[in-house]
Design a protein around this ligand. Structure first.
Ligand code: GLN
Length: 505
């Protein structure tokens, strides 16, 4: 069976095995992350640890930073010893073991759990991303950016359901159940990958496992490799910049939402919000179920167990979603929780990703630097919406009424920007990296996020200062102008970058 013989949405069906595996891993990551700070700051009487917000966010910062630092090690280990497939399976089980530790309410098990998730993610994340690129060869090269965009939709489907379900269950039912749910889906995801991996043929095997039929990669000449590594550096620089501003937006928008948004949701507007909210939950569930049915119809005979596990997972999601909706309609909704805006990002991403994927394949496929440039301009436009929305707030004000429309518009633009940068970047790493350093280069890519997060945490401390001295609007204006400027610079670098990429589009 040649990999890529069956297609779904014009892509090898094996892409969707990766899609669903990554979806469960991100479900566990984002789901647990949504609970972490809440759990730590909740009083002991309510089952939390009663930490101060500052301590809790400091631990959160360390945790999210380390999760994106270890991929560099995980990528290296896969390149040298394990191969990417074994790394994904091992990483998945280590992550699940980490979540299992969180079920026990002692500091020792809790920190061990966090450590295991960090280590497991290091093995899992860069290597699953590397396998995606190997599904695209000369024959189907044109689908690579689109394929990574669909894969990224899997990332965000996981984030979406994880934040929604683990967050909801942890907060409303019990913390261990929330953490446990994250771990349970990770186990199902890892088993599903393990039993479905035959679909990849020789792709992602360690050298020691290869049967001899694997295509031997011929490496480009040293000066070409050096040039391509330079191109990776330029992409990395702008990506650090993107994630830095994006993280900054996430943090400040939550404050913005909590302090300034019109929160009086009673009567008709409350009902309207509930309906919008329900549609937001149901639409991605329908899209995913449809994808699953496609995958099941195409590959069921070959990978029955793997697919049966997928059916179980999606079935469970439906049950949880329906249960959550029922409860929501039973509760009196009087305000929009600030965290709701965070979920909007993954919602827009799931909805927009198929369109972007098609656009790159069929309609408009400029080179990487142009896509990155457009992404940065879109990021700036999102901040422009916020700046405009905040212009009625006087300097130093603590609460004010501002329409939610500006926040929604900001997330819409930011998500489009993310789609031009994050999945496209993964695609370029897969094209530019020398084959023997593939895992390591994906590790470098995620290192960008670790650096950006650290920087965002550092400059975040100036938000209050700038918004009190000038105004919140000025703060957002800074983030409007800088990304747009950076985007234009990158577009101007297009020809130089194309030379460094030596024929890679
Ligand atoms: N949303 C992306 C993911 O979880 C973010 C990764 C990154 O590089 N920041 O995969």
């Amino acid at each position: 069976q040649t990999p890529g013989a069956h297609t779904i949405l014009g892509h090898p069906d094996s892409l969707f095995v990766l899609f669903f595996t990554e979806m469960w891993e991100r479900f566990s990551y984002y789901g647990m992350r949504a609970l972490l700070v809440l759990f730590l700051v909740t009083t002991a009487a309510k089952g939390g640890w009663g930490w101060s917000r500052a301590d809790a966010t400091a631990l959160y910062g360390w945790y999210t930073g380390l999760v994106y630092l270890t991929p560099i090690l995980g990528g290296f280990i896969a390149d040298k010893i394990l191969g990417s497939r074994r790394s994904v399976v091992l990483g998945g089980f280590i992550i699940a073991a980490g979540h299992a530790c969180l079920l026990f309410d002692t500091p020792a098990t809790f920190y061990t759990g966090l450590g295991l998730v960090v280590a497991g993610t290091g093995l899992f994340k860069p290597n699953i991303s590397a396998i995606v690129g190997q599904l695209y060869t000369k024959e189907n090269e044109g689908g690579r950016d689109g394929g990574y965009t669909l894969f990224y939709m899997g990332v965000n489907s996981g984030a979406f359901f994880g934040i929604l379900l683990c967050g909801y269950i942890g907060e409303n039912i019990s913390w261990p159940m929330g953490f446990g749910l994250a771990g349970a889906f990770m186990i199902l995801g890892a088993i599903q990958f393990y039993f479905g991996q035959g679909i990849f043929g020789d792709i992602g095997l360690a050298k020691s496992q290869q049967t001899g039929t694997a295509v031997v990669e011929t490496e480009a000449a040293p000066h070409i490799v050096a040039d391509r590594l330079k191109a990776i550096c330029v992409f990395s620089f702008f990506t650090i910049f993107f994630w830095f501003a994006f993280e900054q937006a996430g943090g400040s928008m939550t404050i913005f939402a909590a302090d300034y948004t019109d929160r009086n949701l009673v009567g008709t507007s409350g009902m309207l919000f509930k309906i919008v909210n329900s549609l937001m939950t149901v639409i991605p569930t329908i899209i995913l179920t449809w994808l699953l049915i496609k995958l099941f119809a195409g590959t069921a005979k070959r990978y029955l167990l793997s697919n049966a596990l997928l059916v179980v997972c999606i079935g469970l999601i439906w049950v949880l979603v329906i249960w959550m909706l029922q409860r929501e309609f039973g509760l009196d909704q009087s305000s929009v929780p600030a965290t709701w805006f965070g979920v909007l990002n993954s919602f827009f991403l799931v909805i927009l990703a198929p369109m972007f994927s098609k656009m790159w394949e069929k309609h408009w496929n400029p080179s990487g630097p142009v896509k990155f440039g457009v992404g940065l301009v879109l990021l700036g436009l999102g901040f422009a919406a916020l700046s405009y929305g905040a212009s009625s707030i006087p300097a130093g004000a603590k609460t004010a009424s501002v329409s939610m429309v500006f926040l929604i518009a900001a997330y819409f633009f930011h998500t489009m920007g993310e789609l031009c940068i994050s999945p496209v970047g993964l695609s370029y790493i897969s094209k530019l990296a020398p084959a023997r350093l593939l895992g390591l280069m994906f590790g470098v890519w995620f290192l960008n996020t670790a650096i950006a997060n650290k920087l965002a945490g550092y400059t975040g401390s100036y938000i209050d200062h700038i918004s009190e001295t000038y105004s919140l609007s000025v703060f957002f204006l800074i983030f409007t102008l800088i990304p747009i400027g950076a985007g234009i610079v990158l577009m101007l670098l297009n020809n130089w970058m194309k030379k460094k990429m030596h024929g890679i589009h």
